[in-house]
Design a protein around this ligand. Structure first.
Ligand SMILES: *[C@@H]1O[C@H](CO)[C@@H](O)[C@H](O)[C@H]1NC(C)=O
Ligand SMILES: *[C@@H]1O[C@H](CO)[C@@H](O)[C@H](O)[C@H]1NC(C)=O
Length: 440
């Protein structure tokens, strides 16, 4: 395809005014991705258990299927970089490394589908992937989209290494069109904003949700609390720019969950789960599900945290307060006037006793009850003036699911929206989960 044809196609995209409204990922996608934990380990001779190979993805599909993850919503098994052969085939199609993926991707997709799960794959809008495998140049967009669809792929992570802003401006929308043209529903995850600094005017967040289902705004997460805090700071310091862009079918992506790895304490792990729920972030784990300790498992499988993340209104939460005491308060409005609150301590000394009230957090008059997501206790008989004291661990959180017990609206900032009947039934399910947890 010549540059003129590319520009004509781009103009066609720009004339699309309707949102990317294809019914996919109405709530943030959930699943597992190889990158943060397994990186580009291609040494299957020395490290057969951990190298990027079809066996690794089959193992993770087995774990998702057999260990209760699928029922909780974790459904995408996503291949990241380093799956490819260095050469395209005679027809110019990408092909997997023949030694590490001897069965091919279609067979792997079949394996994943047989377990009721979905398969994601990785490509790069540029000359090479970030690890130096073949990239998707502008002339290869169509053939790569068709190849992925022909294999039965359900999700594409489209990175942006060895590229430039002009190529990306053309390529990301063209891939969106090319995926749609395959006729196969494929979730489209764009790394595009991260390559443009993540902010307007370089990133147009109105347009983003018409082109991609989710997008990476900021740097890759690493296995550390520092990396996690840098991401959280960036997301909430820039909440006015990015929060309105999110909604059903369109999500900001602060990157993978690193819970279960080496860098986070249990408190920090709860903090990630809580903040990712507030952010309506994709819940994409990157940990070894074959060797996961029970503490990490309980956090990742917390039904109420998941229900909050998956709330059908799909409104991304915000930071309400940063106290001098280094306590921060985060809030997300939920369906049926419920809401979630997260109290995060950035302190490094000892559990901090934080005094507040719902009124101080802008809740309207009325009666409420709060369910503590990680301890399973319920606080009843709250009103907006009831004095609340919370003990928050260093680098930990207290997370509350707040329900109004009178008819009053729970919050002055509550947005109106009427979910479909399908969404209503999902909420009833999540509220049932919460009641079930109450009685535990
Ligand atoms: C293609 O886009 C149209 C318009 O947004 C949408 O209705 C349709 O579901 C999409 N098809 C696929 C396969 O993504
Ligand atoms: C709010 O609750 C407190 C106890 O937590 C109670 O003393 C007070 O009367 C209540 N206020 C209203 C308006 O119900």
């Amino acid at each position: 395809m010549g540059p003129i044809a590319v520009i004509l196609q781009l103009l066609a995209v720009m004339s699309l005014t309707a949102a990317k409204d294809d019914g996919l990922v109405r709530t943030p996608p959930m699943g597992w991705m190889a990158w943060e934990r397994f990186r580009c380990d291609v040494d299957c001779k020395d490290d057969p258990e951990n190298c990027i190979s079809e066996a690794l993805f089959r193992d993770m599909a087995d774990r998702l299927y057999e260990d209760g993850w699928k029922e909780l919503g974790y459904e995408y098994v996503i291949i990241d970089d380093c799956w490819m052969s260095m050469e395209r085939d005679k027809e110019g199609r990408l092909q997997p490394d023949p030694v590490r993926f001897p069965g091919g991707i279609a067979k792997l997709a079949n394996y994943v589908h047989e377990r009721g799960l979905k398969l994601g794959i990785y490509a790069d809008m540029g000359t090479f992937t970030c690890m130096g495998f073949p990239g998707t140049t502008l002339d290869k967009i169509q053939i790569d989209a068709q190849t992925f669809a022909s294999w039965g792929v359900d999700y594409l992570k489209f990175d942006g290494c060895s590229s430039n802003p002009l190529v990306q401006m053309l390529g990301y929308p063209l891939m969106s069109i090319a995926l749609n043209a395959t006729g196969r529903p494929i979730v489209y995850s764009c790394s595009w904003p991260a390559y443009l600094g993540g902010l307007p005017p370089f990133v147009n967040y109105n347009l983003m949700g018409e082109i991609c289902h989710l997008w990476r705004n900021y740097y890759d997460i690493q296995d550390s609390w520092d990396s996690l805090q840098a991401i959280v700071d960036w997301f909430f310091n820039n909440q006015d720019e990015i929060q309105p862009a999110a909604g059903p079918g369109r999500w900001n992506d602060p990157d993978m969950l690193i819970i279960g790895n080496f860098g986070l304490s249990m408190d920090e792990s709860r903090s990630q789960m809580a903040l990712w729920a507030i952010m309506a972030a994709p819940l994409i784990m990157s940990t070894d599900l074959r060797h996961l300790d029970n503490g990490a498992r309980a956090i990742l499988q917390n039904k109420v945290a998941i229900a909050i993340n998956q709330d059908p209104l799909g409104i991304q939460g915000r930071r309400l307060l940063k106290e001098k005491s280094r306590i921060e308060v985060y809030w997300r409005p939920l369906f049926q006037s419920a809401s979630a609150l997260v109290f995060l301590s950035r302190r490094t000394d000892m559990p901090y006793r934080y005094h507040t009230s719902l009124g101080k957090l802008h809740y309207e008059e009325g009666n409420y009850e709060a369910y503590d997501v990680f301890t399973g206790t319920t606080v009843k008989g709250l009103n907006s003036t009831t004095e609340i004291t919370l003990s928050i661990n260093p680098s930990g959180v207290v997370m509350w699911y707040v329900l109004p017990t009178t008819k009053a609206q729970s919050h002055h900032r509550h947005r109106n929206a009427s979910p479909s009947s399908e969404e209503t039934s999902r909420v009833q399910i999540s509220q049932r989960e919460i009641r079930t947890s109450h009685s535990l």
